[in-house]
Design a protein around this ligand. Structure first.
Ligand code: G6P
Ligand code: ZN
Length: 544
């Protein structure tokens, strides 16, 4: 193996966002773009020589080329071994599972999650540390700093591409590349948590399910678990073949983007259970027959029913949710007598709580749910948890959720996304909101009394690190909230997210259309933030 030093120079804008560095494919295809970032990453890992890395991605366009480049750079940096998913594929939760099970030093995941793929779509790269979770901010900031002072990077020059289809060991110089089954470790983990016999019986009894893998990384995992281990009929998983452009779809499992599945679950002969996962299979959407479960409710329901599932039978240590996620989980935590942590948006903020044994279940409004079994959110895990509940109770998705509302009350919830806002305009809106905060606390708007108005800040209870400016919150008497924040995962302009929540304890009022139930809060958000005037837009692009 010959190592060459390639001269380069810093490229602006390589600061990782909510979940790694995400850009258009065309940006990543520029000379040195990927290499510069990988160099800054490897260089930030002081004791990398002789270590084992995990590598894989969601299979989107540019995945395979990037895998080969990263392997050649890893060899040049002296890593002893890289475990690569067959075909270059590893879902985000599977990468986390492999890092943990094999005791790897860390992992590189190539994904832009739920963003569209293909030559005109997005690409992304993120680094996970040895606990299997997303790198914390001090690591991503060190990587960013590295990208800003880079002058050269080493790479193995005279080596053939690794055959990613062939399981087993190959070599680049002294470095071993082991191509692994991307599904096996994760499936084994699932078997240890859930009652596979009960779920198999549920399918054998004729119950039906539709899992939409959205032509993304989740397909092989869902097929192996549902159609393989659980004996569900072939065809239970739709769009199960990962494609480089996700079949032209937007692989984001929400009612706006998973139209085909919503249509199937709305039909007269709809299956009993519907689910979907995103590009890298860490997100999930849960549906009943003609019934949509919000991610916030899903977290609360799983927490309230955890005792019915083998892996969680001994109880939960705590629950954690991101700040914009509804407070439904807080009510469950209170009933269980366990803590509920409120963190900033981004799965990385759950890592310390999980590592310290303070939380068992975590969830976000952005269709992410997970537990301490890995350090990422996990789409298939959430789906199997629900399936286990269906099998254990014999109830439908709708029955389980309605019983939950009857017991705890309903947290009506919706998120309005204002997409493609010019960055200066979005910043101006947020600045104006922040400037108004002092005058909003105590203000009354019609029936709504704002009890508290602030910019969310978080002090990590484990390491004491502080994250400020995490979203503007209006806390309204009675448990309602309006939250404003700018997305940290987009690649074009800014996306303003407006999160709306209303608590309703009266079961007679649990059947309102959510947008109607939230109407006064939607009006309040416009009145206070002047969204239309600031953005120049008429309506949110996506409502979930
Ligand atoms: C990714 C992250 C999540 C986050 C979501 C939305 O999926 O892993 O933790 O909640 O993006 O982030 P955004 O900044 O776009 O609202
Ligand atoms: Zn994702």
């Amino acid at each position: 193996m010959k190592i060459v030093q390639v001269s380069t120079q810093p490229i602006a804008g390589q600061r990782p966002g909510t979940s790694g560095l995400r850009k258009k494919v065309s940006v990543f295809q520029q000379p040195h773009y990927l290499e510069n970032f990988v160099q800054a990453l490897f260089e930030s890992l002081d004791d990398r020589a002789g270590q084992t890395l995990v590598l894989g991605g969601d299979g989107r366009f540019h995945n395979r080329a990037a895998v080969q480049t990263i392997l050649r750079m890893a060899a040049a940096h002296g890593f002893a071994k890289v475990l690569v998913g067959q075909g270059g594929l590893l879902s985000t939760p599977a990468a986390s599972a492999v890092i943990r099970k094999r005791g790897a030093y860390g992992g590189v995941v190539l994904s832009a999650s739920h963003n569209p793929g293909g030559p005109d779509g997005d690409f992304g790269i993120k680094y996970n540390i040895g606990n299997g979770g997303p790198a914390p901010e001090k690591v991503t900031e060190a990587i960013y700093a590295g990208t800003q002072r880079i002058t050269q990077y080493p790479i193995a020059d005279d080596v053939a591409d690794i055959d990613l289809s062939r399981l087993g060991e190959q070599r680049i110089g002294a470095m071993v590349v082991e191509v692994i089954d991307p599904v096996a470790d994760h499936l084994e983990l699932m078997r240890g948590l859930f009652d596979f016999d009960a779920m198999r019986a549920w399918f054998a009894a004729g119950n039906r399910m539709c899992y939409d893998a959205m032509c993304a990384a989740g397909g092989p995992y869902a097929r192996a678990a549902l159609e393989g281990a659980l004996g569900a009929p072939a065809g239970t998983v739709i769009n199960g073949e990962p494609l480089e452009d996700f079949g032209g779809h937007h692989p984001d499992p929400n009612p706006a983007h998973a139209e085909a599945l919503i249509a199937i679950m709305s039909a007269a002969d709809a299956p009993d259970f519907g689910a979907a996962s995103d590009g890298d299979a860490d997100r999930n959407m849960i549906l009943g027959r003609r019934f949509v479960v919000t991610p916030s409710d899903s977290l609360a329901v799983l927490a309230a029913n955890a005792g019915r599932v083998p892996g969680y039978r001994d109880g939960l240590k705590g629950i954690a949710r991101s700040m914009p996620t509804s407070q439904a989980a807080d009510r469950v935590a209170a009933a269980l007598g366990i803590p509920c942590y409120e963190t900033p948006t981004g799965w990385k903020f759950f890592g310390n709580l999980l590592d310290a044994g303070r939380a068992t279940l975590c969830g976000e409004e952005s269709y992410g749910t997970g537990s301490d079994h890995v350090r990422e959110k996990d789409g298939l895990w959430a789906v199997l948890f629900w399936l286990n509940l269906l099998a254990a109770t014999g109830e439908s998705v709708e029955q389980i959720v309605r019983a939950h509302w009857a017991r705890f009350g309903r947290n009506y919830y919706s998120r309005h996304d204002w997409e493609g806002v010019p960055t200066e305009r979005a910043d101006a809106l947020m600045a104006a909101l922040r400037a108004r905060l002092p005058s909003l606390a105590g203000a009354r708007f019609g029936d709504l009394l704002i009890e508290q108005a602030d910019d969310f800040a978080y002090t990590d209870p484990v390491d004491g690190s502080v994250s400020t400016r995490q979203g503007v919150r209006l806390l309204i008497a009675g448990g309602s909230r309006v939250v404003f924040r700018l997305s940290g995962t987009g690649t074009e302009g800014a996306t303003l997210r407006v999160y709306l929540e209303r608590y309703e304890s009266d079961p007679a009022l649990h059947d309102l259309p959510p947008q109607d139930a939230l109407g006064p809060l939607i009006d309040l958000a416009e009145q206070i933030a002047g969204i239309r005037a600031h953005t120049g837009l008429d309506a949110p692009a996506v409502i979930t």
